[in-house]
Design a protein around this ligand. Structure first.
Ligand SMILES: C[S@@+](CC[C@H](N)C(=O)[O-])C[C@H]1O[C@@H](n2cnc3c(N)ncnc32)[C@H](O)[C@@H]1O
Ligand code: SF4
Length: 360
């Protein structure tokens, strides 16, 4: 189910992104370490089956109420991008229509793969046929932007399986695609399976081949890369909220475990939904911790994030030692550009190493 909704509001003349973290999922995917809880984990209430569907229905209506409150208290920009993430299994034509009428403009579906055995390894419950249906419903409801999230490099996924997923993605005619290599997150059920040898992660060469295939198939279909793991139909279809993160702008996260950043200060909320609710009931702050990022930390982040963008990184964001490394990276065919440094396709495969070299 969806885990957040976002939309820039204005604070003075600085854009401010908002996201609302919804910490409920009907089933926990083994690989995911987001701060979400299933009915079983939260305890109490009706049976798991009825709780899950009623909670989803309630959250969907609540999202519209939250959006209305954000608008009332902070003032949404007139052309704000307002996204919700959604598990394809948890939407219906009626729920999508309610969200659209309530002001949501963009939806991002957790498709992950079009291949049943890959979905099964990821603990995803949806039938691959559900995705084109959900996308069609979203279009019928009037969503202006429809995006899908993909994961590649799942154990057992062949290059042909990945091609099947990419072909199915292109057939959806999405406005936007995110494709991330599967990350083994510590503490997840999936990490335990990897440790026990029950599943084997693919080697880096195969993962690189899958990235190249994704870029070739998506580009051919008119979806151009604008961030290392994100492709869009055109500049208007880029995710404005994520661009705000990648440019180190300000955002405010609402909900249990949500992170925020305002003018160099970061803070994060208490993680558990019950603790979060209790603090609010008592009129206490929900903040669990905070930090102020110093200039060196901000520079490192800027290099890491902006180098992933198609617009590239301004050369003067580098210190003298970093600038001295640029000719070598150009000679090795990993970087292009003068005033702005842009990764080549080869450089995109080695982005982490390029960042390390530029931040000695
Ligand atoms: C927080 S999820 C929300 C989407 C929605 N809840 C769903 O899963 O259908 C956002 C996206 O992050 C990606 N993701 C989550 N965990 C990941 C992991 N361990 N490795 C790679 N991608 C991951 C998935 O593609 C997922 O769709
Ligand atoms: S990836 Fe799975 S567990 Fe994680 S937020 Fe999405 S539906 Fe929930």
């Amino acid at each position: 189910m969806q885990s957040y909704a976002e939309g820039p509001v204005t604070e003075g003349d600085r854009p401010l992104g908002m996201y609302v973290h919804v910490p409920f999922c009907s089933v926990r995917c083994g690989y995911c370490d987001f701060n979400t809880y299933t009915a079983d984990e939260l305890g109490e209430g009706a049976t798991r089956a009825t709780y899950a569907s009623s909670a989803i229905a309630e959250v969907r209506d609540d999202l519209v109420r939250v959006l209305r409150a954000l608008d009332e208290h902070l003032g949404l920009a007139p052309d704000a991008e307002v996204t919700t993430e959604a598990n394809p299994d948890s939407v219906t034509p009626a729920s999508l229509a309610r969200l659209r009428e309530g002001g949501f403009t963009r939806i991002s579906f957790g498709m992950q793969s079009a291949v049943p055995h890959v979905l099964a390894t990821l603990d995803r419950t949806h039938d691959p046929a559900r995705v084109p249906q959900a996308v069609r419903w979203a279009r019928e409801a009037g969503f202006e932007q429809v995006s899908v999230d993909l994961i590649y490099g799942t154990p057992g996924e062949s290059v042909d399986d990945w091609r099947t997923t990419l072909d199915a993605t292109v057939a959806l005619e999405p406005d936007h695609v995110s494709a991330y290599a599967l990350i083994v997150e510590d503490g997840t059920a999936f990490a335990r399976k990897v440790r026990r040898g029950e599943v084997v992660m693919p080697d880096d060469d195969e993962t690189a081949d899958k990235y190249l295939l994704a870029d070739a198939v998506l580009s051919e279909a008119g979806l151009g890369w604008y961030e290392l793991s994100n492709w869009a139909r055109d500049a208007d279809a880029r995710c404005r909220h994520n661009l705000l993160y990648w440019h180190g702008a300000d955002w405010w996260g609402v909900g249990p475990g949500a992170h925020s950043h305002l003018a160099g200060r970061r803070w994060w909320n208490v993680k558990h939904p019950a603790a979060y609710a209790q603090r609010l009931e008592r009129g206490e702050s929900v903040e669990a911790g905070s930090e102020v990022v110093d200039a060196a930390g901000r520079r490192l982040e800027q290099v890491m994030l902006e180098l992933r963008l198609r617009e590239g990184l301004a050369l003067d964001a580098l210190d003298a030692a970093g600038r001295a490394e640029v000719p070598d990276l150009r000679d090795r065919g990993l970087l292009l550009g003068d005033e702005r440094l842009v990764l080549t396709l080869e450089g995109r495969l080695l982005a982490d190493a390029v960042v390390r070299q530029l931040t000695p």
